[in-house]
Design a protein around this ligand. Structure first.
Ligand code: ADP
Length: 494
């Protein structure tokens, strides 16, 4: 059966080329044939989005009324959590336990944004004259383009749709080609929750065709993007030309650090989770590990031991730690990086293999890999691999550590493992990244703003400010003077 796209409240077969959704654990299984949007579909969706957000009933809707839709969305996502996590696993191959976590976090996001939206106060700004009151209010920007990647679609999509709609906008969602099924299900959920027709479209299709047409459209007034740094930079150019704002959540090569006094068991288990969960396909993966030389050997041995005992397997099987990579092309790219690391003088301590026997024969499985012996300047220490590959480097003193940890074009996240919280605080302040985890890793809270320093992005999602990112500010002056301004009176000139 051919999957339809969702154009401003109407389900239709898109007029673009057909694409397939394929199960990464067994590339023989096609989950669905997907129709994609044509340029006419894009135009139609955007024109209707523009009419819909300007519709007086939506323009005058109050925050608590829009919040009601999002509370309903949260309930519907939760009620369908098992089904949605299975769908997500089918699309991107992440183990079920992980996709279930993502689905529940999407529900929590919708609920948090609803609460933030209905309880957000506007500001009466400080008074500077007795005859004038000033206030600042937030208004929608109009039509928002939400462009999402394949690694955690349900979470990143709700993270964009919920605040954009709560703020009173309309949204055109362009999911990644490989993982469009969840986005189409989300459209059904928002529809069932009572979102007025026209405010949401889900346009499946290629980024360079459908995505590009959406972001370049003159009526699109904000780009909210999660994906690779090169694409983000390209979208920032388009946004600059149009003078519109962007939220860009991009790549990372996040350092994690084990200080000499760390609880080694806690650190090694946390680090293995930080890099090997999701098979390393996470922008925040802790992919560069620095260990103090005094405990280097001990930590490395423990990490290898933990890695050896991870279960690589079918993502639908309980107990699987590491599932397949998204595609054969991505598998080849990850392996190329490991071969490059060897050429650069690296030693593969464990892993470094494509699995192709038995149950693994048709999937894109890569063994969790630990590489030592590289300098931080090596290409494999500088570039984002987006796979289960950890590079490990010893360090001798903190000054040298900081120079190396910050020597990256990225600045998304970092991890610190130590019992000394004074030291942890100093390091956390000195690291040039948007998120620091201390004695934990890859834990997320919807109330904490998320985004990158340097080439890891612009803007912040989540938190109460995450909602304001989809608004523009207006100042209103209210005159209190009962006497007329006599400036125009010819006899009263000063
Ligand atoms: P990844 O490496 O995670 O696939 P990409 O940046 O290539 O990251 O893709 C993330 C999202 O951006 C996907 O939905 C993709 O289709 C979309 N995309 C890619 N190129 C463009 C483009 N030129 N314009 C708009 N969207 C794009």
């Amino acid at each position: 059966m051919i999957k339809e796209i969702y154009v401003a409240g109407e389900w239709r077969v898109g007029k673009g080329n057909m694409i397939e959704s394929i199960f990464p654990a067994d590339h023989r299984i096609v989950n669905a044939q997907l129709s994609t949007a044509s340029l006419d579909d894009v135009e139609d969706a955007i024109q209707k989005a523009e009419q819909s957000w300007r519709e007086p009933s939506w323009r005058s809707s109050l925050p608590f009324q829009r919040a009601k839709i999002l509370y309903k969305v949260a309930d519907l996502i939760e009620a369908r959590a098992d089904e949605l996590s299975r769908l997500q696993t089918r699309d991107n191959g992440k183990p079920l336990a992980e996709t279930k976590g993502l689905v529940l976090s999407a529900a929590a996001t919708a609920r948090y944004v609803a609460a933030a939206c209905e309880s957000m106060d506007e500001e009466l700004t400080s008074q500077r004259a007795n005859d004038v009151l000033t206030m600042s209010i937030h208004e929608p920007v109009g039509v928002v383009a939400a462009i999402t990647p394949w690694n955690s679609p349900i979470a990143s999509e709700v993270q964009k749709l919920a605040p954009a709609l709560a703020a009173g906008n309309a949204v055109i969602l362009k999911p990644a080609e490989a993982t469009s099924l969840i986005a189409l299900e989300l459209a059904k959920i928002f529809e069932e929750a009572g979102l007025p027709k026209g405010l949401l479209s889900v346009l499946v299709g290629k980024g360079s065709v459908v995505g590009e047409a959406i972001v370049k459209h003159p009526l699109v007034k904000k780009i909210s993007f999660t994906g690779g740094t090169n694409t983000g930079r390209h979208l920032a150019h388009i946004a600059a030309e149009k003078l519109i704002t962007t939220s860009l959540e991009l790549g990372g090569k996040s350092p994690t650090i084990i200080l000499p006094d760390a609880d080694i068991e806690l650190a090694c288990k946390g680090i293995a989770y930080g890099i090997f969960s999701s098979a390393g396909q996470a922008c925040i993966a802790g992919s560069r590990l620095f260990i103090h030389r005094s405990i280097y050997k001990q930590c490395l041995e423990r990490l290898i031991d933990i890695t050896q005992n991870l279960t690589i397997g079918h993502p639908e099987q309980a107990g699987t730690h590491v599932g397949p990579l998204i595609s054969q092309a991505h598998l080849a790219s990850v392996d190329r990086y490991v071969q490059l690391a060897i050429q650069e003088g690296g030693k593969v301590e464990i892993g470094g293999q494509i699995l192709s026997d038995g149950d693994f024969s048709n999937g894109s499985f890569y063994t969790p890999t630990i590489i030592t012996g590289l300098s931080n300047q090596a290409q494999t220490c500088q570039e984002e691999i987006f796979g289960p590959v950890l590079v490990v480097l010893p360090y001798d003193n903190e000054q040298d550590l900081l120079v190396q940890a910050n020597d990256s074009c990225y600045g998304l996240a970092a991890g610190i493992w130590t019992e000394n919280y004074r030291k942890a605080w100093q390091l956390a302040k000195a690291l040039e990244v948007g998120t620091v985890w201390i004695n934990t890793y890859k834990k997320f809270s919807i109330s904490a703003p998320f985004g990158g320093y340097k080439e890891s992005g612009i803007g912040r999602e989540k938190g109460r400010q995450g909602l304001l990112a989809y608004t523009q500010q207006k100042s209103i002056y209210i005159g209190l003077n009962e006497q007329p301004n006599n400036w125009s009176d010819p006899f009263n000139r000063v």
